[in-house]
Ligand binder design. Structure first.
Ligand code: 13P
Length: 253
């Protein structure tokens, strides 16, 4: 069985004071947790995370990265800088980056390679909009988003990625995909990974993201191809984030 992975995506939230309290609360409540967990924080707070979490079971990471290696790219943060702060994970291709910063799947693929080159784990996000779902295009859209990345990846790198299925219509809206809807897409993504690298695909974590909360986490996480969660809003409250972490590994009723 794949280990569960719960990742908090703080998005553009936090302050030094709020982060300190949140991280302290999470670390204090982790006893007995069976999932791996991590927080992906705004870049200015990576040093704070490194100091607060070093030696704890919680990993940390970033929410985006430049596709470039360094140099004259004002405002960008390269993968080497993220690994300098001991990031384990880097989210790439989040739908908010695709929508508000016009990131293409080709760019997401290049960012994925940049992350892997520095020895970190990319969390590659895919997901359809409501219009696309209603038009019956869900599998085409997510298949295309993942496929563009897979095409560029060396075969042996498939084992080193994490995929996150985040239906755009479920993000921050309180509308969650039902466990069956999510499982259906996750199974298709797993099949796509298998077609690319049959040996590696079973070990790849496919996370669900989109209004995952303490009250729906257990059912979602019980699905065979849902290997964890990418959590937005609920990752900003220690109690909620912990409740999701502790929802893994519990018998499904
Ligand atoms: O976008 C998300 C995580 O990356 C999900 O956000 P919410 O959990 O707030 O819906």
């Amino acid at each position: 069985m794949r280990p569960k992975l719960i990742v908090g995506n703080w998005k553009m939230n936090g302050s030094r004071a709020a982060n300190a309290a949140l991280l302290e609360g999470i670390v204090a409540g982790l006893d007995g947790a069976r999932a791996e967990c991590a927080v992906c924080v705004p870049a200015p707070y990576l040093q704070q995370c490194e100091e607060a979490l070093k030696g704890s079971p919680i990993a940390w990471g970033a929410q985006d990265v430049s596709a470039y290696e360094g140099g004259a790219y004002t405002g960008e943060v390269c993968a080497k800088m993220l690994s300098d702060f001991a990031c384990r994970y880097v989210i790439v291709g989040h739908s908010e980056r695709r929508a508000y910063h016009l990131e293409s799947s080709g760019l997401v693929a290049r960012k994925t390679l940049a992350v892997l080159k520095e020895g970190m784990t990319p969390i590659i996000c895919v997901g359809e909009t409501l219009e696309e779902r209603e038009a019956g295009q869900t599998f085409d859209v997510v298949g295309d988003q993942l496929g563009t990345v897979l095409e560029l990846l060396p075969l042996d790198a498939v084992a080193k990625i994490v995929v996150a299925y985040e239906p755009v219509w479920a993000i921050g809206t309180g509308k969650t995909a039902t466990p069956e809807m999510a499982q259906e897409v996750h199974a298709r993504l797993r099949a796509q990974l298998k077609a690319r690298n049959g040996e590696a695909a079973d070990g790849v974590a496919i996370l669900y993201g989109g209004s995952m909360k303490p009250d729906n986490a257990r059912e979602l996480l019980a699905q065979p191809d849902i290997d964890g969660g990418l959590i937005g809003g609920a990752a900003l409250k220690a109690q909620d984030f912990l409740a999701i972490i502790h929802a893994t590994g519990m018998p499904h009723e």
